[in-house]
Design a protein around this ligand. Structure first.
Ligand code: PLP
Length: 271
């Protein structure tokens, strides 16, 4: 019999689930989704599960449950915790973990906007994992912790060509003269669920939308710079390395598009 030391105890290897240590624990081999709960429902659940299952197929991570079953389990966990407004996270490794937590953002984040710092190292746009929401995200955590120690709330990742990628927990958008730009996934970034919803919404609202390469200098000349993720929805970025972005204050369109996203979020749209 093989013995392993795990959770403060020596135990037989075959007593672990699946008879093996979880490969998420061993190698960071896992995917996750962090979803917004609104009025006890998860409005973008279908989009999150689609991304998760698509990544699992591409990366060869086995999934035991169907998409419908996963949706059911997420909804059951939300309901067991009686979450009205909050977040639910699904983590898939060799096993499945679903947990709820409160929304981490405050009203003053939106009122003041976030200050950004440059990430301490550059990314390779060719890294195949960047386009997936994997549990191997320690680089993002380290970069954000470093930014926080410098009094900033988020980092900006550049790739080795000096092009803008995204934040450590968010996608980035630049608004200039009626054109909304965001970098294409080929620059090395996660195709965010909120990013897709905003692109769709902005088009519908008559903005010209372009997925094109962005350099950091363009951020300073922008009217507004926005960050998106499924929990934040949309939050203004006001400075980069202490240099103001646009006016250096949250702009009027950020508030408008935040409300539109929130409204879209309130009614389940599976478009
Ligand atoms: C690195 C990174 N980019 C972008 C996003 C935004 O993705 P989503 O809109 O799906 O939350 C996240 C979300 O946490 C992220 O971790």
């Amino acid at each position: 019999m093989q013995w392993v030391y795990y959770h403060e105890e020596l135990r037989p290897l075959d007593s672990l689930p699946g008879g093996q240590p979880d490969s998420g624990l061993l190698y960071g081999r896992g995917l996750f989704e962090t979803m917004r709960v609104r009025d006890g429902r998860v409005p973008w659940l279908a989009q999150h599960l689609e991304r998760l299952l698509c990544s699992a197929r591409r990366l060869g991570l086995p999934v035991v449950h169907s998409s419908d079953r996963l949706a059911q389990l997420v909804e059951q966990t939300v309901s067991a915790n009686r979450v009205g407004q909050g977040a639910v996270r699904l983590t898939l490794t060799d096993s499945l973990l679903i947990q709820c937590r409160p929304l981490p953002y405050r009203e003053e984040d939106y009122r003041q906007g976030w200050r950004l710092g440059l990430a301490p190292w550059q990314r390779s746009a060719a890294d195949p994992l960047l386009q997936h929401k994997t549990t191997a995200c320690w680089n993002n955590l380290l970069a954000r912790e470093q930014a926080r120690r410098a009094g900033r709330q988020e980092v900006l990742w550049l790739n080795t060509q000096g092009q803008v990628c995204e934040g450590s927990i968010s996608n980035i958008f630049v608004l200039q003269e009626g054109v909304l730009r965001t970098p294409p996934v080929q620059c090395g970034l996660l195709p965010g669920v909120a990013r897709a919803r905003l692109l769709e919404l902005a088009r519908r609202e008559g903005l010209e939308v372009r997925e094109e390469v962005i350099y950091p200098e363009q951020l300073y000349r922008a009217q507004e710079v926005w960050l998106t993720n499924a929990l934040l929805l949309l939050l203004p970025a006001v400075s980069l390395e202490e240099r103001p972005l646009g006016s250096g204050r949250p702009g009027p369109l950020a508030a408008r598009f935040y409300s539109l996203l929130l409204r879209q979020d309130a009614f389940r749209t599976d478009a």
